[in-house]
Ligand binder design. Structure first.
Ligand code: HDD
Length: 683
């Protein structure tokens, strides 16, 4: 059982080796039917004469078309659009005092994982960069069976009880009469639901924040959302909340950039994940942290630990880092892996257990149920990507797509004919946490779930100035798309109960009166602000270098080398493909919008200032708060762009010396320069 140790076999995991058995290469093969019969012609169907009707006996034609006709499976009812990757998880130190989970017990163990990131509202073909929650689902292939941590990039959910999930999703999705809008929350039905269901409000604050428009899947947090339980070998429980923290910090796009990206590259987040893993130098990495609450402290908070619309502020219960996850291999086939992967919150292993969070309880039913229709029957755990690396033995039999040839003469328990096998083990078995449960059968929300405003206020209070600015703008944008005025008015009233400042500013944009001022608390949780995230690296940031044929190649090389040494990715963009002076263009300028990059360097030559698209490129990057630099002849492009100033993040110098490169890297490291958010620059 040591095959998953961190060393040996070229870093390949037990899951890799298992998947090998299913991988098929077409290289050097001849075309056959599904029955293995070699095919002579796949371009012309069998017909009665050259101009005659197609013959029914053309089994190759019929098989080919039939298979094609059945290629689609239902997309996920939510989280339909996603991207997956393989990797591993490694715990820092044994956690055996709090959990008997094997994969959390040995720092030398690399547990294989498959992660699927997703958007929630849109169809499979929708754009990546929309205002939405992102799914962050991790399948751990542990030696004790599959553990799924099916989380989101926001720590709270819009509803408290799973019975409201169909209502929320129906309200969120495109409206039923005309299926508009696609992958957008800015429409009447969503906001109608929100104004009537104030438990959504804390989540809505997150949704209106920049968390809903991540720069990359690699720069967003993940949360298990619910309070779960760790259980140790003595059967003692500890409440736990899971946090994934990205190594590169939590970074977002800006709204105008989001809108333009949807046209420039609808696959922006998917491509970013894929290309980063292919490049290999800085694989996506997260630290797993836990907030632990002893059972006896369950009622120490002014909210209910079982309420999934609440966080435990990190300042109250610190996040303890327990391990890291690295994603280092792309799937080989999107459908086989990313589309067919089936997560289920009920997939847990010894040492981890549920709580009575009513949302979690509903999820434990929903996920298995949805896979039955989506993947066509109860044998979906046998699909390669879903197979545990732990051995599977039970008396489940038959059903659609059974892949296993069970040799046993018995399929029931107890039996004597097969020696009682598979028998009940004594070691490593899953033991449910023995929680005492006592109560009347009722349909009623616990009064401890009743406060829907305090944590929404906490979130607002914790934001920096520019984050508040973005939240106000997001509310204005969304509510401006709502047709019914009374819905806007009700929303402004709710916002007044969150914070009068927020309500007043949103109301002003909508031409509505500010609601009467109510008193709200002034507590904050600084850890919630993205202004406090990691800004220590420019690794994987993409920099556009604008050049024309008369460019000074030495200048470009100096900057490029300086940035690449710090981990950035540079691309030279020129008005045409091919050779540009002594350089080679990586891309044609007009085929690449500034929104595809995190920073821009105007390198010149002299002709650059006359290229209209380059002027637009720089102005647009500036408008989106990105680092802008110019040296040598490139300075003239900045003059032509007439950027307002002085504002941060613009670096200019006659030569590209080390000080210039350092200053440019510092400007890139800041990610976005938000003092420009309101700068008057048209792009
Ligand atoms: Fe869910 C998919 C995350 C509440 C029902 N959910 C799904 C996925 C993620 C989440 C990341 C995509 C998994 C993948 O990549 O295949 N869902 C959450 C989180 C929730 C949550 C973090 C609250 C804390 N979900 C939730 C509720 C219900 C569902 C309350 C139903 C009662 N979710 C589903 C589903 C999906 C799903 C219908 C659709 C596709 C799938 O399961 O496999 O069963």
């Amino acid at each position: 059982m040591t095959e998953d140790k961190a060393t040996g076999d070229g870093g390949r995991t037990a899951k890799d080796r298992q998947l090998d058995g299913y991988r098929v290469s077409q290289e050097g093969t001849a075309l056959t039917t599904d029955q293995g019969v070699r095919v002579a012609d796949t371009d012309n169907s069998l017909s009665a004469g050259e101009r005659g009707p197609t013959l029914l006996e053309d089994f190759h034609f019929r098989e080919k078309i039939t298979h094609f006709d059945h290629e689609r499976i239902p997309e996920r009812v939510v989280h339909a659009r996603g991207s997956g990757a393989h990797g591993y998880f490694q715990v820092y130190e044994p956690l055996t005092d709090i959990t008997c989970a094997d994969f959390l017990s040995d720092p030398a163990l690399k547990t294989p994982v498959f992660v699927r990131f997703s958007t929630v509202q849109g169809s499979r073909g929708s754009a990546d960069t929309v205002r939405d929650v992102r799914g962050f689902a991790t399948k751990f292939y542990t030696r004790q069976g599959v553990y799924d941590l099916v989380g989101n990039n926001m720590p709270v959910f819009p509803i408290q009880d799973g019975i409201k999930f169909p209502d929320f999703v129906h309200a969120l999705k495109p409206e039923p009469h005309n299926e508009i809008p696609q992958a957008q929350s800015a429409h009447d039905t969503l906001w109608d639901f929100v104004q009537l269901q104030p438990e959504t409000l804390h989540f809505i604050m997150w949704l209106m924040s920049d968390r809903a428009i991540p720069r990359s899947y690699r720069t967003m947090q993940g949360f298990g959302v619910h309070t779960f339980r760790f259980v140790n070998a003595r059967g003692e429980g500890t409440f736990v909340k899971f946090h994934w923290k990205p190594r590169l910090g939590v970074h977002s796009l800006v709204w105008d950039e989001v809108l333009r990206l949807q046209g420039n590259d609808p696959d922006f987040n998917r491509r970013d994940l894929w290309e980063t893993i292919e490049r290999g130098s800085t694989p996506p990495e997260w630290e797993l942290g836990v907030q632990l609450v002893p059972e006896e402290n369950e009622h120490d908070f002014d909210f209910d630990l079982l309420d999934p619309t609440k966080i435990i502020p990190e300042e109250v219960v610190p996040v303890r880092p327990i391990g890291k996850m690295v994603l280092d291999r792309n799937p080989e086939n999107f459908f086989a892996e990313t589309e067919q992967v089936a997560f289920c919150t009920a997939n847990i292993v010894p040492g981890i257990d549920f709580t009575n969070d009513p949302l979690l309880q509903a999820r434990n039913f929903s996920y298995l149920d949805t896979q039955l229709i989506r993947l066509g029957g109860p044998n979906f755990p046998q699909i390669p990507i879903n197979r545990p690396v732990a051995p599977v033995h039970n008396d489940h039999r038959d059903a659609y797509h059974q892949m296993t040839i069970h040799r046993s003469r018995t399929n029931y328990a107890p039996n004597s004919i097969s020696g009682g096998c598979p028998g009940i083990g004594s070691h490593g078995v899953f033991q449910h946490y023995q929680e005492r449960v006592d109560g009347h059968k009722i349909r009623r929300r616990s009064p401890s779930f009743g406060d829907h405003y305090s944590q929404a206020t906490l979130f607002w209070n914790s934001m920096s100035g520019w984050e508040k600015e973005h939240i106000v703008a997001a509310f204005q944008f969304e509510l401006a798309h709502v047709e019914r005025r009374y819905i806007k008015e009700r929303m402004v009233e709710h916002l007044g109960l969150i914070h009068p400042d927020l309500a007043g500013r949103v109301a002003a944009g909508l031409g509505l009166p500010a609601p009467a001022v109510t008193s709200v608390h002034d507590r904050s949780s600084p850890a919630l602000s993205q202004a406090r995230t990691a800004f220590d690296s420019i690794a994987t940031r993409k920099v556009a270098i604008l050049v024309t044929d008369d460019v000074d190649a030495a200048l470009v090389t100096a900057v490029r080398q300086g940035l690449e040494a710090r981990g950035a990715i540079c691309e030279a963009l020129a008005p045409h493909e091919g050779a540009v002076g002594e350089l080679t263009a990586d891309r044609m300028l007009t085929s690449a919008g500034s929104v595809l990059y995190d920073a821009v360097f105007a390198a010149g030559g002299d002709a650059l200032a006359g290229v209209g698209y380059a002027v637009h490129f720089v102005r647009e990057a500036f408008k989106h708060g990105k680092a802008v630099a110019a040296a040598g002849a490139g300075l003239r492009l900045l003059e032509a762009a007439a950027l307002p100033g002085p504002l941060s993040g613009v670096v200019e110098a006659p030569d590209a010396d080390e000080a210039f490169v350092g200053a440019f890297a510092d400007a890139i490291r800041a990610h976005r320069h938000h003092d420009r958010d309101t700068a008057a620059v048209a792009a």
